[in-house]
Design a protein around this ligand. Structure first.
Ligand code: ZN
Length: 202
């Protein structure tokens, strides 16, 4: 990167942002989505799925989660950052890694995953990691609409876990898993109703 900066020839004029995703200079969600989908398939047995019916921020978050790029304490320590505590803010017992926060923390993850699996009619053991979750969702029976609904609910659940975690760390606000599950249901159904024009969702 330093070499690129040194080699760059600066010209007069105002600084500006430039998008080079597809050759022209205009950023579009479609280009961004294509770029992210191409990258996400490297090293994963299942492709990342983009869900139009939920907000862009959730798809971006889910994509980062899919790539193991969530800045948990363990990931930040690996990158050399000084962190005051690497413990999970929910249980304060195990270290805050991606698999613990989203799949094995007894205080939040296990409860919400059980709720998610039951809602999705997937009465199997709980998933251990992101590939396991995606495989379970992929193999579930049901219409395409139901599959997208399950995936939407899964992305929202992961995003809500992260949001709740940040509320503890940065604002010292704790919420019960019942309230979190209520928010996941409400947000998901509101987004889908608004974006998919489904008249049968009331
Ligand atoms: Zn924990």
């Amino acid at each position: 990167m330093v070499e690129q900066v040194v080699a760059y020839t600066f010209v007069d004029g105002r600084d500006k942002w430039k998008w080079e995703g597809d050759g022209d200079t205009k950023l579009s969600v479609k280009d961004l989505r294509g770029l992210m989908l191409n990258q996400s398939n490297i090293g994963n047995s299942l492709p990342f799925k983009w869900i139009n019916r939920i907000p862009l921020k959730l798809n971006c978050f889910a994509w980062r989660w899919f790539q193991n790029r969530i800045p948990t304490s363990l990931n930040l320590i690996k990158r050399g950052m000084a962190i005051s505590s690497s413990l999970c803010p929910f249980c304060q017992i195990k270290e805050e890694g991606v698999d613990h926060i989203f799949f094995s923390c007894p205080s939040v993850a296990l409860i919400l995953l059980r709720w998610l699996m039951d809602w999705s009619s997937l009465f199997t053991r709980l998933p251990n990691n992101h590939q396991d979750l995606m495989e379970k969702l992929e193999s579930a029976n049901g219409s395409k609409y139901m599959q997208k609904l399950r995936l939407s609910l899964s992305y929202t659940t992961l995003w809500m876990i992260r949001k709740t975690q940040n509320a503890i760390v940065f604002r010292n606000v704790r919420r019960t898993t019942i309230l979190i599950a209520d928010d996941i249901s409400m947000d998901t159904f509101n987004w889908i109703k608004r974006r998919s024009k489904c008249n049968f969702i009331v």
